[in-house]
Each structure stands twice: as structure tokens, then as C-alpha cells.
Design a protein around this ligand. Structure first.
Ligand code: FAD
Length: 388
């Protein structure tokens, strides 16, 4: 494949990565088709938090004002650490973005998708729901769609998430690795006075609270869960209550609210580390399809939007060609791997199961938690500005 001025791009998967890439590429004048296997936009319940780097990436694709409007920004970036009974451990402060946006924002996932979808419509992206790819010929970019039609693209982007089908065409079978953690999430009315991010450090468990709009917040709890265990949906509220039964403090009122009518989600956390190259022929992976992470740093969505921004810049500068696709993977791989490693370590520290180790960890956090936050964001900056 040689560099070309052709710019017909297919994106498979309309999650955060696919929608962001579609916006970023269409904004650069590329002709973008976005296919999504679901028949309707999948407006998953629950929230997501986005740190300063993710907000800057959202600014780059032109949606930051709407995101700030719809979400709940924490102006001073405060994260309050408590133990599971609600006793204070330490407060840390996340850095403000380089562009000056709030250091951290919570938003309903559905709102984020609504905003991205609105921008796709304005840019004239060809969106095909209930559609997937039946076959891809990577060297030539020929695609057979599930509706029986065939088309040729200059670039096919696999943004089809952790169980990516496109990934097979790039690097053969890569099975997501179960991390041993389950995450329980639920959405609640936000009491007016609750306006910080709170992380409660239990014994072998963590429970977070994050405002996601003026009137809503979500709570998210991580706990070890056996591999391969499936829980019927109608049991999720009761199971979430039971898993975090020992938590008091600010979480208690929300745990007490959990009932059969609550919006509860359970996710068994998996990771994907697709090896380089992230492309083969005219097919490229981005987002969770290439680098799904544990959620402890809250960076998976931000990495997906950053992928989109970096890719759009590189394609606009150098055209769709083997060298650009290779350079994209090499640029993003160290950053995404760093986030995955840091996130896994945080998860492991939160999974200590004996009270004495937890007490030592909490004491150490008073000394080191702020330094660790600062070091993490400085490392992201360094990786972002490292020469290609
Ligand atoms: C419990 C949990 C909490 C998290 N919290 C945060 C957080 O607070 N902040 C943060 O930044 N990140 C968070 N993340 C990570 C974040 O959710 C993901 O990194 C992000 O959603 C990845 O986006 P994506 O578009 O790559 O994949 P996905 O969101 O999985 O989207 C993939 C899309 O592709 C579609 N698709 C799949 N297969 C096909 C196919 N064959 N054909 C067509 N379409 C297809 C799917 O239907 C879907 O719409 C969290 C993750 C988990 C598990």
C-alpha cells in the first residue's frame, strides 16, 4: 500500500472510539461511513468520568462545550478518599487540562453519545445501524457487509470494542483477559450538597461516587469476582447491595436505595493488549479493540478519543498509507500500555483483602496519593509530546 489522496473510510463500531474517529476524520474532509451492529444507538445507562486529557481531546473534535453543559464538572478537581466507613483518608486534586477545562467531569454515557451522534449528523457521516461486516479483504480494503452489499475503502477502522471482530483480520485471535474484578454501577438522584468525586477504600473493595449531571450521580464498586460467573439481571440490585454491605458514610444512602427498579449494571472486567502492528493492509484498530483497559484510572474513553484525534491529524498530514498506519500504532502503543499498567496496579492495590495491609495502604496514601496523581499526568504529558 502506498500513500494516497483517496479518503474513503469505513469505521466499524459506533462507541466512543468509532463516533470520535468519524467526527475527527469527517472534520478533515474525509468521506466517512460508520457501521454499527446494534439496530438503535446503544444508550447504556450509568456514567463515565473524563479527566482533563480526555476533555482536551473532546475539545479537538468540537464537542467540549456541549459535554461541559450536559455533564458535571468538578471545578477544583477534588477527589475525596475515605475508608469504607466514611472516615477521611486524604484529598487529592486532579490537574486542570492544558486548555483550561475542568480537571474532571462526570457525564451520563447516553448524553456523551447523544452529543457525538449530533455532531456526526451535522458533518454528514453516512451512518448505517444494524449493519456489520461479513468479510474484510485487508490488503485491498474490500468489505462485504451483513446486508450482502460490497464496497471498497481506502481505510477500514476497527472500533468495535473489546470483542472486536475486525481485530482478527489485523492480528489473528486475541482473547480478552479476565482481570478477576467485577464492577457494579448504579445511578441515583444527586443530593445538592454532593459535588465532589469520592472514592471509598474498603477491604478488598472500592466504591466510588461521582456526580454526572445537576440531578444525577452514579456509584461504582469494584470487587473480586470468580471467572466465568454470570448473574441474572434481575438479581443485580440485591447483589450490589450485598457486595458492599459493609460500606457506610456517603455511600450508605445510595446502597439503601437499591431495589428491583434501580438502574444497576454489572461488568466483568477484561483487558486487551493487541500487539503491534495495529494495522494490516488497509485495516487499523483503535479504542478498546486495540487496548481495552481496567477502569481504575478512568482513562479508557479518553484514550479512545485521543486515538481519534491523533489518527485524524496523522492522516490529514501524511495521507492514508502504510507508513502513517504504522506510525499511528507506534505513537499510541506506549501511552495506552502505560495507562493499562497503571490502572491494573491501582486495581490490585484496591483489592488487598486483609485489614492490616489496608490500614498500611491508607496510611501510605496520605503521604503519596497526590504525588502519584501528579506523576501519572506528567507521564501522560511526556508520552504525548515524545518525538515519533
Ligand atoms: C466498568 C467500566 C467503567 C469504565 N469507566 C470509564 C470511565 O469512567 N472513564 C473512561 O474514560 N473510560 C471508562 N471505561 C472504559 C470505556 O468505557 C471504554 O474504554 C470505551 O467505551 C471504549 O470505547 P470503544 O468505542 O473502543 O468500544 P465500545 O464502547 O465497546 O464500542 C464498540 C461499539 O462497536 C459496536 N460493535 C461491536 N462489534 C461490532 C461489529 N462486529 N460490527 C459493528 N459494530 C460492532 C458495539 O455495539 C459498540 O457500539 C470503563 C470501562 C468499564 C468496563
Amino acid at each position: 500500500m502506498t500513500a494516497t489522496h483517496n479518503n474513503k473510510v469505513l469505521i466499524v463500531g459506533a462507541g466512543i472510539a468509532g463516533c470520535s474517529a468519524a467526527v475527527a476524520l469527517a472534520d478533515k474532509g474525509m468521506q466517512v461511513t460508520l457501521v454499527e451492529k446494534e439496530a438503535r444507538w446503544r444508550f447504556q445507562s450509568s456514567g463515565i468520568f473524563i479527566y482533563g486529557n480526555g476533555l482536551e481531546a473532546l475539545r479537538s473534535i468540537g464537542v467540549l462545550p456541549q459535554i461541559l453543559d450536559a455533564g458535571f464538572g468538578i471545578a477544583d478537581g477534588r477527589n475525596v478518599y475515605l475508608d469504607h466507613r466514611g472516615a477521611p483518608i486524604v484529598d487529592v486534586f486532579y490537574p486542570r487540562s492544558h486548555g483550561g477545562a475542568v480537571p474532571i467531569l462526570g457525564i451520563k454515557r447516553a448524553e456523551m453519545h447523544r452529543i457525538l451522534a449530533g455532531r456526526l449528523g451535522a458533518l454528514g457521516v453516512d451512518i448505517r445501524l444494524a449493519t456489520t461486516v461479513a468479510d474484510i479483504h485487508a490488503p485491498g480494503g474490500e468489505v462485504a457487509f451483513s446486508d450482502g452489499t460490497r464496497e471498497r475503502f481506502d481505510l477500514v477502522i476497527g472500533a468495535d470494542g473489546i470483542r472486536s471482530q475486525v481485530r482478527e483480520a489485523v492480528c489473528g485471535p486475541v482473547t480478552p483477559r479476565y482481570t478477576g474484578f467485577g464492577v457494579w454501577r448504579s445511578v441515583h438522584e444527586r443530593p445538592r450538597t454532593l459535588d465532589a468525586k469520592i472514592m471509598m477504600m474498603g477491604i478488598g473493595k472500592r466504591l466510588g461516587i461521582m456526580p454526572i449531571s445537576d440531578d444525577r450521580l452514579y456509584i461504582f464498586g469494584t470487587v473480586s469476582e470468580p471467572a466465568g460467573r454470570w448473574y441474572p439481571r434481575d438479581q443485580w440490585p440485591a447483589l450490589m447491595r450485598e457486595r458492599f454491605a459493609e460500606f457506610g458514610g456517603p455511600a450508605r444512602q445510595f446502597l439503601d436505595q437499591l431495589s428491583a427498579d434501580s438502574e444497576v449494571l454489572y461488568t466483568a472486567v477484561e483487558e486487551v493488549q493487541a500487539p503491534l502492528p495495529w494495522h494490516a493492509g488497509r485495516v487499523l484498530l483503535i479504542g478498546d479493540a486495540a487496548h481495552a483497559s481496567t477502569p481504575f484510572m478512568g482513562q479508557g474513553g479518553a484514550m479512545a478519543v485521543e486515538d481519534a484525534v491523533v489518527l485524524a491529524r496523522m492522516l490529514a498530514a501524511d495521507g492514508i498509507g502504510e507508513q502513517t498506519l504504522k506510525a499511528f500504532g507506534e505513537r499510541r502503543f506506549p501511552m495506552c500500555r502505560f495507562v493499562q499498567d497503571a490502572s491494573r496496579k491501582v486495581g490490585e492495590a484496591g483489592a488487598m483483602e486483609d485489614a492490616a495491609s489496608c490500614a498500611r495502604r491508607n496510611a501510605a496514601m496520605r503521604e503519596t496519593a497526590q504525588q502519584q496523581v501528579d506523576a501519572f499526568y506528567q507521564a501522560l504529558d511526556r508520552l504525548r509530546s515524545a518525538p515519533a
